[in-house]
Design a protein around this ligand. Structure first.
Ligand SMILES: [Zn+2]
Length: 296
């Protein structure tokens, strides 16, 4: 509405006769009123952070080959909701709500996975129905990021083309994916992208290509009015120490691609003055506000 008013005002602003002046003033007034109305009606973009489970690693050196061998490490799992004036984007879906608080073992006990507070209950708390989410961005298709993907059957899924082919191909398990955790998503709703993607078209929410952890791994950049720019890591890094020393987990899809992604994303973070949130980092997450609280 504002756009069309703006266009009208713009095209009318070439007075050929004085009698048009009144119309111009009226149109300008409508334009200004339109802008003011828009400002009042559109709330600033909000970012909610959810507790999407916990992971205990029996031997943290699988994330940092040759370093800290035999040491246990606690990781957290995080999911995010962006409420933008033009729609909602959910980012990563965590460990499955079906996991028990006492946890289950995975990979012969290499990991202990648990969920104490379901994602569904946290969404209920802020009055958001997963069926109403417009877009679902998934950093990559490992099970700790697709655990609740089946809640989002109405969303348009935005992922890198290579991840789409791997996750929806016949050998998804070969990549460490768990197709049963996302089998309700229709491939017709999946948009495979090749590079960065401006989700709402205004430059404030950008999915960024960062392949290497998996064939089509990606991260999310969000610029919030009060909080400023944030880079949400996916599994580019699993914890701060790996970021500091640029360590590549032994189970990554490609080490050279991962190292290239470290460089490109770090350059972007520096250029934009962004804060990086590492999704699995327990210590950093303890300092971050969680839903129902939010950032804006
Ligand atoms: Zn992960």
């Amino acid at each position: 509405m504002v756009d069309s008013t703006k266009k009208e005002a713009g095209t009318s602003f070439k007075p050929k006769a004085l009698h048009k002046t009144a119309a111009i003033i009226m149109l300008s007034g409508a334009f200004i009123a339109g802008c003011a109305t828009k400002e009042i009606n559109s709330e600033p973009t909000r970012l909610y952070v959810f507790d999407c489970g916990a992971i205990e690693s029996r031997d943290v050196s699988m994330f940092s080959p040759g370093v800290d061998e035999g040491q246990k490490k606690q990781l957290v799992n995080s999911c995010y909701l962006i409420k933008h004036a033009e729609g909602m984007l959910f980012w990563d879906t965590g460990l499955s709500d079906s996991l028990p608080p006492e946890g289950i073992e995975l990979w012969n006990g290499a990991f202990q996975l648990s969920v104490t507070k379901t994602l569904k209950s946290q969404l209920d708390e802020i009055g958001v129905d997963p069926l109403s989410i417009d877009y679902l961005g998934i950093s990559h298709f490992h099970g700790d990021h697709t655990g609740n993907a089946n809640y989002f059957v109405n969303s348009k899924v935005i992922i890198q083309q290579e991840e789409k082919e791997a996750a929806f191909g016949e050998e998804a398990e070969k990549f460490g994916f768990s197709p049963e955790s996302y089998h309700k998503l229709s491939i017709d709703n999946v948009q495979g992208i090749e590079g960065d993607h401006d989700v709402f078209g205004d430059g404030t929410v950008i999915i960024k290509r960062a392949v290497g952890h998996t064939p089509g791994h990606q991260v999310l950049w969000v610029n919030l009015a009060e909080t400023g720019p944030l880079l949400i890591s996916g599994d580019l890094y699993h914890f701060t120490k790996n970021r500091t020393y640029k360590r590549v987990p032994s189970f990554n899809f490609s080490k050279p691609q991962t190292l290239a992604a470290f460089d490109s994303i770090e350059a972007y973070v520096k250029e934009t003055g962004s804060t990086m949130w590492i999704q699995h980092d327990k210590e950093q997450n303890a300092e971050i506000k969680h839903a129902p609280d939010f950032y804006q």
